[in-house]
Ligand binder design. Structure first.
Ligand code: AP5
Length: 210
């Protein structure tokens, strides 16, 4: 299976992608995580990307497509989380998959109200070691500031500040919502209600990719 998770910031794509990857033995590719690795490594790409990410804008298509191309090979199943985010990226993905003799099987759209998204993002904290996501309001770690899974330190993302969140939601409507239409026209979209407990959302996701 080659699955794309689509939805606004905070919809739960990363949380659910990690579970689905474990449950179905698929590779989880998150362009957001790839970029954050570049940023924390202080690479040239990371320094460039940070200027866009911190204010909530998309990193330019050519940078993203160049970064991810090497990982879009045929063979193993994959979950794409945070990519494609523009129609140009979706077209580049189709091209890469066609060249590898494969295709996108399903695009799952995570539907959540904006008010809930803002609430989730303002409380989000992520492990700096293993990237496990927490929510300080609804799903905190057992010990404050420390990851239950690996003992790593929890951090809040600069782009989860209110101004950047507002910008990310706007950018999503303007640049990423058209990607949903792109996959709707191809008959690949399954829409799920991504509100409610994480386990219930996972059940809906697993049914949507069956
Ligand atoms: P990226 O990291 O992809 O951010 P995003 O799409 O904005 O998504 P998020 O990670 O904010 O949310 P999510 O849907 O994964 O939710 P999560 O599971 O974490 O991208 C960051 C930036 O990188 C972009 O703004 C851009 O600059 C750049 N970038 C990345 N890819 C790019 C691309 N392809 N092109 C150009 N630029 C790109 O959950 C959020 C919170 O909610 C967590 O606290 C979680 O614990 C909680 N939560 C999850 N599920 C539930 C639930 N069911 N109930 C209650 N709380 C929940």
């Amino acid at each position: 299976m080659r699955i794309i998770l689509l939805g606004p910031p905070g919809a739960g794509k990363g949380t659910q992608a990690a579970r689905l990857a474990l449950g179905q033995k698929l590779e989880h590719i998150s362009t957001g995580d790839m970029l954050r690795t570049e940023v924390s490594g202080g690479t040239e790409l990371g320094r460039l990307a940070k200027t866009y990410m911190d204010r909530g804008d998309l990193v330019p298509d050519e940078v993203i497509i160049g970064m991810i191309q090497g990982r879009l090979k045929g063979g193993a199943g994959v979950i794409l989380d945070g990519f494609p985010r523009t129609v140009a990226q979706a077209q580049a993905l189709d091209k890469a998959f066609t060249a590898a003799g494969t295709k996108v099987d399903r695009a799952v759209y995570f539907k959540v109200e904006n008010e809930e998204l803002v609430k989730r993002l303002s409380g989000r904290a992520t492990c700096s070691g293993c990237q496990t996501p927490y929510n300080l309001n609804t799903a905190p770690p057992k010990k404050a500031g420390v990851c239950d899974r690996c003992g790593g330190k929890l951090a809040q993302r600069p782009d989860d500040q209110p101004d950047a969140v507002r910008r990310r939601l706007k950018v999503y409507e303007e640049q990423t919502a058209p990607v949903l239409d792109y996959y709707r026209k191809a008959g690949k979209v399954r829409e799920i209600d991504a509100a409610g407990p994480v386990d219930e959302v996972y059940g809906r996701l697993a049914a949507a990719v069956k």
